[in-house]
Ligand binder design. Structure first.
Ligand SMILES: Nc1ncnc2c1ncn2[C@@H]1O[C@H](COP(=O)(O)OP(=O)(O)OP(=O)(O)O)[C@@H](O)[C@H]1O
Length: 382
């Protein structure tokens, strides 16, 4: 069984009403349907873990409501705040938190024993779970006799054996090396398709988010900036912040023409046409152009605004960095298949971007250094 999770107008301020309080979550709305895999994605400090911990009941919000199925977990206005142990949620953390003195079997059996499930039933449920996480051969081992990946599989089995309707995940794969992370991500996706539970999963890793989410929430400074299936969010980022967080390059420009849905932008890197059709932008407005690294082509051009600063072999693609004329900090990262690249370090280039791949937004680019959330001091509340 799985249940929907609804969060409405959630606010969390660390430090209460004190002057130096930090607003970590600022009016978050989240709806994850029954059996959906919801992923909260965002840079460090944007409030992901704080949201997760309020669902678990480990942090008390300053405002808002949290409902799971028909049960209200938290409602500030009605003074409802269900204790963590009454919420019946499963949790998987970054640290595996297995009991070191118990065997794998006993670790996984623990939640069932606490509920006084019958011995034969425990044996079959634990066996089933260990098979699902492909660890049946380790039943008699102790945690220290397992690799990190195996320990995390056991932690997962221990959480899922009790059939929780909702499982919270806080960066559960981030302690594992890259290859194992991909493997476990795929196994988790498979487990989710076999066992019915609603997932709320926190990560800052885009690949993990894309690979797991049925619904993605991109967070920024304690707010949800965009929600949707990963494919939609990736192909149509609602704001330059989202595009940029998902890896797009962005650079400044001004709109100099519009023909129907086609915008012409005079940008730092030359004229770019776009069919992204941003709302409310017209000729004369400042704008920011964004494009993913694999959607930017380069053409040698002595009058081009960009200069190739570096070109390196990056496995499947060449990694190229282009900067403006006298090279400054404003750099574009471009990834192209080697056979598509005909430029060298020092070449002047112009960018070739298909109008469908050139995203245009109002305002100025957010640069990487601006993206990490800096705590906003709370306006002193009376
Ligand atoms: N106990 C605390 N007291 C004061 N401020 C806190 C506390 N915990 C978190 N914060 C602040 O609240 C904000 C959100 O933190 P949170 O841990 O939710 O972010 P996050 O997106 O999960 O980041 P990360 O990916 O680095 O874990 C940050 O600015 C953080 O510094």
């Amino acid at each position: 069984m799985s249940l929907p999770v609804r969060i409405h107008q959630l606010e969390v301020a660390y430090g209460g009403r004190k002057q130096d309080a930090v607003v970590a979550v600022n009016g978050v709305d989240i709806e994850i349907g029954s059996g959906e895999f919801g992923v909260l994605l965002g840079p460090s400090g944007c409030g992901k873990s704080t949201v997760l911990n309020t669902i678990a009941g480990l942090i008390s919000p300053t405002a808002g409501t949290i409902t799971v199925g028909d049960q209200v977990f938290f409602d500030k206005s009605r003074d409802i705040n269900l204790k963590p142990e009454k919420r019946g949620l499963g949790m998987v953390f970054q640290s595996y938190a297995l009991w070191p003195h118990m065997t794998v079997f006993d670790n996984v059996a623990f939640p069932l024993r606490r509920r006084h499930v019958k011995r034969e039933q425990i044996a079959s449920r634990v066996g089933e779970m260990l098979e699902l996480v492909r660890c049946q051969q380790y039943a008699k081992r102790y945690p220290h006799e397992l690799s990190g990946g195996q320990q995390q599989r056991i932690a997962l089995a221990r959480t899922l054996v009790g059939k929780p309707a909702v499982v919270l995940f806080d960066e559960p794969l981030s302690n594992l090396d890259a290859e194992l992370r991909i493997q476990l991500r795929d196994e988790l996706a498979l487990l989710h398709s076999e066992i019915a539970f609603t997932a709320v999963y926190v990560t800052h890793d885009q690949a993990e988010a894309y690979g797991l989410a049925s619904k993605l929430f991109v967070l920024r400074d304690g707010r949800v900036e965009q929600t949707g299936p990963p494919l939609n969010v990736y192909h149509a980022p609602a704001t330059e912040y989202v595009a940029s967080f998902l890896g797009a390059n962005s650079w400044a420009g001004e709109i100099v023409g519009r023909e129907g849905k086609r915008l012409v932008v005079d940008s730092e890197y030359g004229i770019i046409e776009s069919t992204s059709d941003p709302k409310g932008l017209g000729v004369g407005d400042t704008a920011v152009v964004a494009a993913y690294p694999d959607r930017i082509g380069l053409q040698r051009d002595p009058s081009g605004a960009g200069v190739v600063v570096s070109k390196r072999f990056g496995g499947a693609a060449m990694e190229i960095v282009v900067a403006l004329g006298p090279a400054n900090d404003d750099r574009l990262r471009i990834r192209r298949a080697a056979d598509l690249v005909d430029v060298h370090e020092g070449d002047r280039v112009r960018l070739v971007v298909d109008p469908a791949d050139a995203l245009v937004y109002a305002g100025r680019p957010t640069h990487a250094s601006d993206r990490e959330h800096r705590p906003v001091p709370l306006d002193v509340q009376s």
